[in-house]
Design a protein around this ligand. Structure first.
Ligand code: ZN
Length: 62
């Protein structure tokens, strides 16, 4: 039983950091879409990058 729990824990701790496939702004899947790379992240467009930056700025102000 204990071994089983450990096994489950290990599965959950599996590193999820593979390739970023979703736009951080609109959460769209970025595949063959135009990729816009900024600050270590991919966005589907410049617009989404701007939206994401604006959003984080607004959150900072709070
Ligand atoms: Zn997007």
């Amino acid at each position: 039983m204990a071994a089983e729990a450990v096994k489950e824990e290990g599965a959950e701790a599996k590193p999820k950091a593979e390739k970023q496939t979703n736009c951080p702004s609109c959460n769209k899947l970025i595949k063959k879409l135009k990729r816009y790379y900024r600050d270590g992240k991919f966005y589907c467009s410049k617009r989404c990058w701007r939206a994401f930056i604006d959003k984080s700025k607004t959150e900072e102000k709070k």
